[in-house]
Ligand binder design. Structure first.
Ligand code: ARG
Length: 573
């Protein structure tokens, strides 16, 4: 594939070496130094000449001027100096032709790569807790993790997606005790997670009056730990009921996991880790508990065993990290978890490092994200400040269906399109900003389908499809790329040519919103192009063919970008 940015970089390098043979310390490839000017009027790429002024002992404008005079590559671009910058204006005809060829030859995989071949990435995301209803507090991790998995797949990595279930702890003993006292099979089957929560709440209320219940709860948990058949059967059933609810949400969102090995999976693997910590001289006694002291590293100690010998979330995460390394030999292990757990992960990585696992510092990464609140308030089930995911997705789909019924009542597959659009709205708004930013959830915002939203981008993609369907014989003309010599088309071509960079940026920074921005920019630019130019023009088949190729390229790249976010693009809407 011909990459005009690379070409400019190569020509520029040659020019510099001719004009200033003494120039030193230039990188092999200058592409990294080329910038995108803030205003397209200033060119498609710019080279800031102050990067050379030090080694050449010349003022940037002087350098810019001499480079302008010597830059001679009309096939690629023309150069113009402006102050200390050398601005490049691509040869539009060539640029259009090579960009469209590259995009269309990629057949829906423009931006895909092979750089990940032979490398494995573990992604720990969603990681819901058993017997808790799936609420918007777990939306970011689910949607971010799913998108990151798709992005890394697209770049050729082998990905392992892991739902590290929160399925271990004394609360499950209490739940069994409560179930034995006041529950019955049918009510739990019907009421699902809500019913389990009710039982758990009742347990805590009654235990306040009747402390003997606490002991019962502990005894049941001990039975789980010891593998007692009755305890395990009930516990497993609680898990199945929770997962059945979660699975409905995963199905609607199109999220899947390679592994559901959660905390309970590691329960029998913690003893070996404790033993290893002991052998490596890292364990300290602290009031009967076992800890790893991290004071030297400015962190509170990591609690490994409670005074009653019970393991902790920490301990199971240590076992999980080692298990994942031994099983998957990962090059990276990502934890897509809220930033509140920052300390937990810093401690985890540090303790692994102290155990002698050097990879912990370089291969493990906490991909943190911001907090979710609801209309300005912290989420709280108790205070009723809560949005459940199934409810959110249902309402988004209903709203989408309402709009479809109003605007395109004859659309085939309305229900399916409503699902795609409803999910599109929710996922898009979750991935609209950098992940560390807190999200305040408002119903009217989440269900807004105008302006910069998922449905707007999906609609633009469908609009491209409709143009292509109406094109008929014009598809068969030979293209004349001169028809794309206008600012609107040029802007689209630039965005298309930069899409692969956006994908890599998103992967390197673990920031799907960069792809969100790329598809949104494309959609906006296409709509601008569409209003300013007549795409289908019978009297100009060659120009039409060029505009159709552009339209198809935009459609394919938007579809690719949306799919990397976890959003489908309906054919029609
Ligand atoms: N279940 C935990 C929670 O809901 C998240 C687990 C994240 N993964 C992990 N390996 N610690 O907060």
């Amino acid at each position: 594939m011909r990459d005009l940015k690379r070409d400019i970089a190569a020509q520029l390098k040659q020019t510099i070496m001719t004009v200033y043979p003494a120039a030193e310390g230039l990188p092999e490839d200058l592409s990294g130094l080329l910038e995108v000017p803030p205003d397209p009027q200033m060119g498609d790429y710019a080279f800031p000449c102050f990067k050379l002024s030090r080694s050449l002992r010349k003022a940037p404008p002087v350098i810019a001027q001499s480079l302008e005079a010597a830059f001679d590559a009309p096939e690629t671009a023309r150069a113009e100096c402006a102050g200390g910058y050398l601005n490049f204006f691509l040869n539009r005809g060539n640029f259009a032709q090579s960009t469209l060829k590259a995009v269309l030859d990629a057949k829906g995989r423009w931006g895909a790569g092979t750089e990940g071949e032979g490398k494995t990435i573990c992604l720990d995301y969603s990681s819901i807790n058993i017997a808790k209803r799936f609420h918007i507090g777990h939306l970011s991790t689910t949607v971010l993790g799913n998108s990151l998995r798709k992005i890394f797949d697209f770049l050729g990595y082998k990905t392992v997606s892991i739902n590290h279930l929160g399925d271990w702890g004394t609360q499950f003993g209490k739940m069994i005790a409560a179930y034995k006292h006041w529950g019955d099979k049918e009510t739990v089957e019907k009421g699902g997670v809500d019913e389990m929560t009710r039982l758990y709440v009742r347990f805590n209320q009654e235990a306040a009056e009747n402390p003997a219940l606490e002991a019962e709860g502990r005894a049941w948990f001990k039975k789980i730990e010891d593998g007692d058949e009755e305890a395990l059967t009930i516990f497993k059933w609680f898990k199945d009921v929770t997962l059945k609810d979660a699975m409905r949400v995963y199905d609607i969102l199109g999220v899947r996991f390679d592994s559901y090995a959660g905390e309970s999976f590691y329960a029998d693997k913690t003893a070996a880790v404790v033993e290893e910590l002991e052998q490596k001289g890292l364990l300290r006694d602290s009031e009967g508990a076992k800890i790893v002291d991290l004071e030297e590293y400015g962190m509170p100690p990591m609690l490994i065993l409670k005074s009653d010998g019970a393991t902790l979330y920490h301990t199971r995460d240590l076992a999980a990290a080692l298990y994942r390394m031994n099983t998957y030999h990962f090059d990276q292990c990502l934890y897509v978890v809220a930033y509140q757990q920052d300390l937990h992960f810093r401690q985890l990585f540090k303790v692994l490092e102290l155990m002698g696992y050097d990879w912990a510092a370089t291969r493990m990464k906490h991909v943190a994200f911001g907090m979710v609140s609801y209309e300005g308030q912290a989420l709280s089930t108790r205070k009723g400040v809560m949005i459940y995911l199934d409810e959110l997705l249902t309402r988004a789909q209903e709203k989408a269906l309402e709009i479809i019924n109003e605007k395109s009542p004859n659309l085939p597959d309305k229900e399916e399109v409503a699902r795609q659009v409803g999910v599109g709205a929710v996922v898009y708004s979750t991935l609209q900003n950098g992940r560390i930013k807190d999200i305040d959830f408002w119903w009217d915002r989440a269900l807004n389908f105008d302006g910069e939203t998922g449905p707007y981008v999906q609609y633009t993609c469908a609009r491209c499809g409709s143009v292509l369907r109406r094109s008929g014989d014009l598809q068969n003309a030979a293209p004349d790329y001169a028809a794309l010599d206008n600012d609107e088309a040029q802007q689209l071509l630039l965005l298309l040519s930069r899409f692969p960079e956006a994908v890599r940026d998103a992967a390197n920074k673990y920031e799907p919103y960069l792809i969100n921005r790329a598809v949104t920019d494309l959609a906006k630019a296409y709509n601008k192009f569409y209003y300013e130019h007549r795409v289908l023009d019978e009297s100009d088949p060659a120009g039409t063919k060029a505009r159709l190729e552009l339209t198809q390229a935009v459609q394919e790249v938007i579809r690719t970008g949306l799919s990397l976010l976890g959003i489908e693009a309906p054919e029609r809407m």
